[in-house]
Design a protein around this ligand. Structure first.
Ligand code: NDP
Ligand code: BG6
Length: 483
């Protein structure tokens, strides 16, 4: 199978925060991979911008190091790296000052796509938007890419939307949620809307419940200051998990078109019920496995920020009335495993006896690692001995199905950046969508803050706090194992 790579239009892409961690680990390695794949035309350029006084050559050297560190060895082609580096330039700019903007404007060319990636602290988003427009660097066709977090509550997200809207139209704003750039996350839409098989069953009448798990083995090392003000609810649920929930729960859009898709996601968020206190479990990891406890990385040794959260959520609409969605995410858990599991109900009438081993059908969509899908179905246990049932998986591992092409799949950031250049907003969050997500999130956080709830401790390397198990046991259900 050979994937088709269609070059994007020529562009000038400015990366504010071009010397930062995200740029080094994700953005430049990703851009190099797209270059290697033949997706960047010869006249496209990437311009790094930050306060440090660097020459083009200094900057190229930092990017070369990032490529050496974060691109797999099989893709390290010295001639191609050297060629890629010639596309790079650097401008020293202070987002909060006047210096550097004239130089940046002089670098911008007419007749190519202009995109500005805000890979800086969120406090600078407004400053950059203002100066891009004040200094005439951006034009009416320019695009801006805004990193997360997009606000920390509804009020701050509204304020940020309003600030950006002073200078840019919504069609120019690309709010990143890198989960939407993941191959398997997009596959959710393909699975649902390109197959007749699942859609008739995709409703409360047939779906018993849905589990969405994003488990990580890493802790918050090095990010304690940011994370402590955020916690799992703001860091993961309000954005990444919400997006997964939307893709599972949404109605079919009339077309695979940015606003049609986002309209349907927005309806899901608006249909979410408030979450009852008894349907929320928060946890915080203890020390273990040679690593410190959560509080060792936080500035506050008594921090009550959650590094784990589990929620029982209801989508109050016709399709999903009565089907709970169980969400959980946490750090320092047993394994890195992200998956969505849709458990179907029992057949309305069983012709087999209970003793014959019936178990429910489950469709598991594995996001990472080992991306793939499997559907657990009942078959007859082979051999003599009468009709005994057994559950087997119908497996589709993307690595097996796609062969060599699987290794060539772009990572989330590189795919999303190419979509910015193509002008396709489907995989980016719209302003109203982000606000609706905060409108649902805020009362949950306000509730536990007002009640003075503290997170439960959990040991690293486990599946999280005990109460999270109870959240499902109470309903006669159980979480799938994290592995
Ligand atoms: P870093 O702190 O590593 O980098 C910040 C960058 O901004 C540096 O290049 C810095 O260079 C530049 N900068 C700081 N102040 C100014 C200023 N006043 N004017 C111009 N440039 C400035 O941050 P990250 O790369 O980690 O994060 C960037 C964004 O990406 C944030 O919004 C973060 O939330 C988001 N993000 C990051 C992730 C990650 O894995 N790192 C994951 C998800 C989101 P200099 O000091 O020379 O100016
Ligand atoms: C980021 C969060 O947005 O997503 C991190 O800030 C989290 O805390 C990360 O670790 C998870 O992303 P991925 O792609 O590794 O699942």
């Amino acid at each position: 199978m050979v994937s088709r790579v269609i070059p994007v239009e020529p562009f000038d892409l400015v990366i504010f925060g071009g010397t930062g961690d995200l740029a080094r680990r994700k953005i430049f390695p990703g851009l190099y991979r797209r270059f290697l794949a033949g997706q960047m035309t010869a006249d496209s350029r990437i311009i790094g911008a930050a306060r440090a006084e660097l020459s083009d050559d200094d900057f190229r050297a930092t990017v070369a190091k990032a490529i050496a560190e974060f691109v797999s060895e099989s893709r390290q082609d010295p001639a191609m790296i050297a060629e890629f580096l010639t596309r790079l330039h650097y401008v020293a700019i202070d987002a909060t000052g006047a210096g550097g903007w004239a130089a940046l404007k002089d670098l911008m060319r007419e007749g190519v796509v202009r995109a500005f990636y805000f890979s800086v602290a969120p406090t600078l988003f407004g400053d950059i938007a203002l100066r891009l427009s004040q200094h005439g660097v951006a034009d009416a066709a320019s695009r801006i890419v805004v990193e997360k977090p997009f606000g920390r509550d509804l009020a701050s997200a509204r304020a940020l939307n309003a600030t950006l809207a002073l200078h840019f139209d919504e069609t120019q704003i690309y709010r990143i949620d890198h989960y939407l750039g993941k191959e398997t996350v997009q596959n959710l839409m393909a699975v649902r809307f390109a197959n007749i098989l699942f859609e008739p069953l995709w409703k409360a009448e047939y779906v018993d419940h849905v589990q969405i798990t994003v488990a990580e083995t890493v802790g918050v090392e090095g990010r304690g200051a940011y994370y402590d003000k955020s916690g799992a609810m703001r860091d993961m649920v309000q954005n990444h998990m919400m997006q997964l929930l939307c893709l599972i729960a949404m109605e079919p859009p009339y077309h695979f078109d940015p606003n049609a898709v986002r309209d349907e996601k927005l309806k899901v968020i608006r249909a979410l019920d408030p979450v009852r206190p008894q349907d929320i479990v928060r946890g915080q990891y203890l020390a273990g496995g040679g690593q410190g406890a959560y509080t060792a990385h936080s500035e506050n040794p008594h921090s009550t920020t959650e590094s784990y959260i589990a929620l029982r959520v209801h989508v109050s609409n016709w399709r999903w009335k009565g089907t709970p969605f169980y969400l959980r995410t946490g750090k320092r858990l047993r394994a890195r495993a992200s998956e969505i599991a849709i458990t179907f109900k029992e057949p309305p009438h069983s012709i087999f006896d209970d003793a014959q081993g019936w178990r429910e059908n489950v469709l598991v969509i594995r996001l990472q690692p080992d991306e793939g899908m499997h559907l657990k179905v009942m078959i007859k246990e082979p051999g003599p001995g009468g009709m005994r049932l057994m559950q087997v998986p119908l497996d589709m591992s993307f690595a097996d199905a796609l062969g060599d092409d699987h290794d060539d799949l772009p990572d989330a950031y590189e795919r999303l950046i190419m979509d910015v250049i193509r002008g396709n907003q489907t995989l980016f969050m719209r302003g109203d969508e982000v606000e609706a997500a905060w409108a649902w999130t805020d009362p949950i956080i306000e509730g536990w803050t007002a009640r003075g709830d503290k997170p439960q401790s959990y040991d690293p390397g486990t599946s999280g706090p005990e109460d999270a198990l109870m959240l499902m046991h109470r309903d006669g259900r159980r979480w799938r194992e994290i592995r």
